[in-house]
Design a protein around this ligand. Structure first.
Ligand code: CMP
Length: 220
């Protein structure tokens, strides 16, 4: 098997053992991997491409929970607790993945304790993040939060070019608003400020970070 960019979470040996249990699957941009509330039968390892994790509110609005890239393990939550899918996941761009059944995944964890501990660690780090975000939401203004989220995404996914980190994210202002816990109007204003200062460029469905250092300086 070609592990592609899949790396980081598991040791190379454990990763190969897990990939051997799976089936390679490619997904086109926009494809739905999981729908919130569905019964779970699989976990998905992302080799390349980015996926968004989101939840729908009762009013039908979309709350963006995370963007996951190469190396991500998706679907582990319901595989571990047997509850329905906690969120929906869709492909932001074409994805190359391995799909492993829940049964095989649980057997793998039983026979690979080091991998199990690493996965627990990954989930704990997400809980810390969620705690931190709750505190931020109560404390900081929209401009700081938008700058912080964009800087985090640029650091994780951006490719450096000269002094600038150019990263283009297919995000709408509604998605950014949901992600930063702000109204769409205040996100629009925050983006306008960052754009006027030549820190970002925006178009209808994307944000490009052109000056990561100055973006970071605005992040709170
Ligand atoms: P599961 O609940 O099976 O299906 C949805 C998946 O989205 C979930 O497993 C996780 O893999 C992923 N997910 C849910 N919430 C988050 C989050 N806050 N951050 C990152 N990934 C998440």
């Amino acid at each position: 098997s070609d592990p592609g960019e899949f790396a980081g979470l598991l040791s190379a040996g454990d990763r190969d053992d897990l990939l051997r249990l799976g089936r390679r699957r490619r997904w086109p941009a926009g494809a739905t991997l999981f729908s919130e509330g569905d019964r779970s039968t699989t976990v998905v390892l992302v080799l390349s491409g980015r996926a968004k994790v989101f939840s729908l509110t009762e009013q039908g609005g979309e709350v963006l929970l995370a963007i996951r890239g190469p190396g991500a393990l998706l679907g582990e939550m319901s595989a571990l607790d047997g509850a329905p899918r906690s969120a929906s996941v869709s492909a932001l761009e074409p994805l190359d993945t391995y799909v492993v059944t829940v049964t095989s995944f649980l057997q793998f964890l039983n026979s690979h304790p080091d991998a199990a501990v690493r996965i627990v660690r990954m989930i704990v780090s997400r809980l810390r993040d969620a705690d931190r975000k709750r505190v931020e939401f109560g404390t900081y203004d929209t401009l700081g939060r938008v700058a912080l989220r964009l800087a985090e995404l640029a650091e994780r996914f951006g490719a450096s070019q000269d002094d600038a980190v150019r990263i283009t994210l297919p995000l709408t202002q509604d998605e950014l608003a949901a992600w930063t816990g702000s109204s769409r109007e205040s996100v629009t204003k925050a983006l306008r400020v960052l754009r006027r200062q030549n820190i970002i460029e925006t178009s209808r469905r994307s944000v490009t970070v052109i000056d990561l250092d100055r973006l970071r300086a605005r992040a709170k």
